[in-house]
Design a protein around this ligand. Structure first.
Ligand SMILES: Cc1cc2nc3c(=O)[nH]c(=O)nc-3n(C[C@H](O)[C@H](O)[C@H](O)COP(=O)(O)OP(=O)(O)OC[C@H]3O[C@@H](n4cnc5c(N)ncnc54)[C@H](O)[C@@H]3O)c2cc1C
Length: 303
């Protein structure tokens, strides 16, 4: 339950974009997650900084999310303040071959803006949901490339409330990983190095990726994309399928019959249901094949 004094104080400098006891299932692609004590959507980077300083000065836990497309939020929700970096920080600028985007801009919008300017680089991302902030933290990728390949200069806000820049090297991008996963900070804006390319070529390549995605991934039901990372030289989906788990259901959570590395929400799945399936898949794959699957999705919230 949110502290009402805290909430009123936050409202006073956030012109209305704060809510209490906000169901997180409204903010995750899995449509799973209990209430956030206080949920705020900053309208610009100054507001973001104010929230960060406010939380720090009062010792209030702060959780940052983007579009929630890689998140499993617990059924009892999140204590403290949840900051959604979204539409309030979503500007996109293009200068020559460099595409810059604020962290709340959707990856798909940034790819479309690059294409419209005749700039290639983002083709790989066709169909990956989420924001630029989430994409950089996760080093989102597909089709042999990833956001970290293009990202050059990243403006971050530390949890102490200071802005600074990181270079590609500082970010230590790896397979679905970046330094922000081990040294938490908030991604505010990113500059991407693109290159001139004909729009028709970009369109054609992206359409091909989208068609492949539609044929191989469940679009019927809420999900969070791949649940596990692919082990080196292997496919997590193939291992889960070979372990005989395709279609397995716990409550309203089900291992997709189309792609075994996806867990779909059939209607009212809980985080508990999804976690039980995740554990089952991990344990069974380990006992059958000796491979330890590592989750790609991020867990957050109170147990
Ligand atoms: C149908 C579907 C298909 C998908 N396909 C792919 C795919 O092909 N490749 C792939 O890589 N991923 C894929 N994903 C996963 C997801 O789209 C990516 O991980 C995406 O980049 C997450 O972005 P987000 O804004 O939703 O982040 P969120 O899920 O909101 O957050 C992810 C992590 O980033 C942190 N975070 C978010 N924004 C910020 C910020 N501004 N500053 C600091 N930390 C932040 C959060 O705390 C969290 O730890 C898929 C998901 C779905 C639902």
């Amino acid at each position: 339950m949110a502290d009402s004094t805290l909430y009123r104080e936050l409202l006073s400098f956030l012109s209305g974009r704060a809510r209490t006891d906000e169901p997180m299932k409204k903010h995750t692609s899995w449509r799973i997650g209990g209430p956030a004590d206080i949920f705020v959507e900053p309208g610009n980077r100054q507001e973001l900084r104010l929230i960060v300083s406010y939380a720090r000065n009062r010792g209030i836990p702060l959780t940052v999310i983007g579009a929630g497309s890689n998140l499993l939020v617990s059924d009892s929700g999140i204590r403290g303040i949840v900051v959604k970096v979204g539409d309030g920080l979503a500007r996109i600028y293009i200068d020559g071959d460099v595409v810059s985007a604020e962290a709340g801009a959707k990856l798909g919008r940034v790819a479309a803006a690059a294409k419209d300017a005749g700039l290639g680089g983002f083709e790989f991302s066709a169909g990956i949901p989420g924001t630029i902030g989430g994409a950089v933290v996760m080093n989102a990728g597909a089709n042999g490339s990833s956001v970290g390949v293009l990202a050059q200069r990243i403006l971050i806000l530390s949890l102490e409330g200071d802005f600074s820049y990181k270079s590609k090297k500082d970010m230590n991008f790896g397979y679905r990983s970046s330094v922000i996963q081990t040294e938490p900070a908030i991604v505010v804006e990113v500059a991407f190095a693109c290159y001139p390319r004909e729009k028709e070529m970009i369109d054609k390549e992206m359409a091909g990726y989208l068609a492949r995605r539609k044929a191989s991934q469940p679009i019927c039901c809420p999900n969070a994309g791949s649940v596990f990372k692919n082990p080196p030289g292997e496919s997590a989906g193939r291992l889960i399928e070979a372990a005989g788990l395709k279609g397995m259901r716990i409550g309203d959570a089900q291992i997709s019959t189309l792609h075994a590395n996806f867990i779909i929400n059939l209607g009212s799945a809980t985080a508990r249901d999804a976690l039980k399936l995740i554990d089952r898949a991990r344990d069974t794959v380990y006992s059958r094949f000796g491979v330890e699957l590592q989750p790609e999705v991020k867990f957050t919230g109170h147990n």
